[in-house]
Design a protein around this ligand. Structure first.
Ligand code: ZN
Length: 224
């Protein structure tokens, strides 16, 4: 489903009563076409007359770019509502998704059987919808136990990840590629060694058909 404003307003009131004892004030509700952020809470900050700061003028946005399951829309909304609760009450947290945020999130999850998360994991459906062409530096590694994994490196981490990859005893073979295939949009870019298990080797093989193979010659890495 793609949420409408009316739908979000109705759900906001419902979850406000259910999970926040009705203590939240309805922010401005807007729809966005954001690819990166499914939900977003914008606000302003001002100094209070007698010291300290306060947050005000909240706008909550949900993206309608991607067709999501209703439960995902709701979880995204509640995630932003937790931010709203913390910020509008001027509560201190250790970071933007700090200890307080996590505690509230975990409590709502367990009490109401929700699946709110910190970083919204993109579902298969959304991955397929993301067709934007972006550059990727990809390492495909085969482990000694035959597991096939993908690592997408940031540009700056390529040399160090390449070196680390060579040193790993558990890897039988690894190969680096340069590609713009949207298949790889689903993987986060890593600065440290992270392996994502490939469930569909055939889809990976297809995605790599147009990729350039990277080779290391001395201090340079280039497309073969
Ligand atoms: Zn958040």
């Amino acid at each position: 489903m793609k949420p409408t404003r009316e739908y979000i307003i109705e759900r906001f009131s419902y979850f406000n009563k259910l999970c926040f004892a009705g203590r939240l004030t309805m922010p401005r509700i807007e729809l966005s076409r954001s690819r990166r952020k499914l939900g977003q809470l914008e606000y302003k900050r001002r100094r209070k007359t007698f010291g300290g700061w306060e947050n005000y003028d909240f706008t909550l946005r949900l993206s309608t770019l991607i067709d999501m399951e209703q439960s995902v829309v709701e979880d995204t909304l509640i995630h932003e509502m937790i931010h709203l609760y913390i910020l509008s009450n001027n509560l201190e947290d250790s970071s933007s998704h700090g200890q307080l945020f996590r505690r509230m999130m975990e409590e709502i999850n367990s009490r109401y059987g929700r699946h709110i998360s910190i970083s919204h994991r993109r579902s298969e459906q959304e991955n397929e919808a993301d067709e934007e062409l972006r550059e990727h530096i990809v390492c495909v590694s085969t482990f000694k136990d035959s597991r096939l994994c993908v690592t997408v490196s940031t540009k700056t981490a390529l040399f160090s990840l390449w070196r680390e990859m060579e040193r790993l005893d558990c890897i039988r073979e690894h190969k680096w590629y340069y590609t713009i295939d949207p298949y790889f949009n689903r993987y986060p870019r890593s600065r440290t060694l992270k392996f994502y298990k490939v469930d569909d080797p055939e889809a990976l093989r297809k995605a790599l058909e147009t990729a350039g193979v990277l080779v290391k010659k001395g201090n340079q890495i280039m497309i073969e």
